[in-house]
Design a protein around this ligand. Structure first.
Ligand SMILES: NC(=O)c1ccc[n+]([C@@H]2O[C@H](COP(=O)([O-])OP(=O)(O)OC[C@H]3O[C@@H](n4cnc5c(N)ncnc54)[C@H](O)[C@@H]3O)[C@@H](O)[C@H]2O)c1
Length: 274
């Protein structure tokens, strides 16, 4: 990292350019962190870093693919130039794609691709950063899981298994690192309007009013809804919170299987319409 950076605490956000990661980068910069935005999409990462800088915050873009050892090495090279250990690591990269209609038609190559993008890099980047956090005697790691770590999702059995792995890793790592002053938590998003899961595609010709029957809070999530929770988990306000995955889902996990009916007619677990 270049020497122009101040002594503000360093936050590293993987997939920190767009979607949830983009909102997290902006929020952590607003919270006073200098943010290292690690993203495959270098153009978007540069743009977000420039926007943060123009707004008075501090951010730097690093183009890297966290699913590859070479990408993780780029992060290592960059951190080696920085006098400070990351105070915050947000392992945000994840993708349900490629999805398959049914598990028995998926292939080992498909499992491997999902492993790389959903779990492997969480291990690899955490493994890289943790020794410097231990040396500093503090740190907050925030992983991004999904509600499907807790709830079945047909067509995405492999993805959900790896995300359940992210939440299990979060718990065990929190126990391991608690004595070193490092907290490890996760968020579990659902139904959030991003490039990966655009609200338009989720609606796909359906009546937008149906949204109120799918989510108790009556709307799709926004990336900023997640950024606020990540900010809390990074902050001293959550100093006694570790090992947990917090659903950020508008209530879908709580209501799983229950749908609001039109006309204030309550809820049903047996919807009669598609
Ligand atoms: N959007 C949702 O409704 C939803 C629901 C459940 C879980 N999630 C989880 O939230 C996280 C973010 O999701 P999103 O919807 O914002 O995703 P997104 O696809 O909209 O954005 C992902 C960001 O990560 C970057 N990226 C992708 N692959 C990368 C790689 N290999 N190396 C570095 N950067 C990479 C992209 O360029 C982009 O900036 C993921 O872990 C996802 O599984 C999202």
């Amino acid at each position: 990292m270049n020497s122009n950076f101040s002594s503000a605490p360093l936050a590293l956000v993987t997939g920190g350019a767009l979607g949830i990661g983009g909102a997290v980068s902006r929020r952590l910069a607003a919270d006073g962190y200098r943010v290292l935005i690690v993203d495959l999409n270098g153009e978007a990462a540069d743009r977000v870093a420039a926007e943060i800088g123009a707004g008075g915050g501090e951010a730097e873009a690093l183009t890297a693919d966290v699913t590859l050892p070479a990408g993780v090495q780029l992060i290592a090279d960059r951190l080696a130039q920085d006098p400070a250990a990351p105070a915050v690591l947000v392992n945000n990269v994840g993708d349900f794609r490629p999805a398959k209609a049914v598990f028995h038609k998926s292939t080992p190559e498909h499992w491997e691709a999902l492993h790389r993008v959903n779990l492997w890099h969480v291990f690899a980047v955490s493994h890289l950063v943790i020794p410097s956090m231990i040396a500093a005697g503090r740190g907050a790691i925030i992983n991004v899981s999904t509600v499907e770590a807790y709830r079945g999702i047909p067509g995405n059995a492999v993805y959900s298994a790896y995300k359940a792995g992210v939440s299990a890793f979060t718990k065990s790592l929190a126990v391991e690192l608690g004595p070193s002053g490092i907290r490890v938590n996760a968020i579990a998003p659902d139904l959030t309007d991003t490039d990966q899961t655009p609200a338009d595609a989720m609606l796909e010709g359906r009546d937008p009013a149906l949204t109120a029957s799918w989510l108790p809070l009556g709307r799709f999530g926004t990336p900023d809804d997640h950024a606020g929770v990540v900010s809390f988990l990074a902050s001293d306000d959550s100093r006694f919170v570790t090992g947990h995955t917090i659903p950020v889902d508008g209530g879908t996990l709580a209501s799983s299987g229950w749908y609001g009916r039109a006309g204030e007619r309550g809820w049903t677990n047996r919807p009669t319409h598609a």
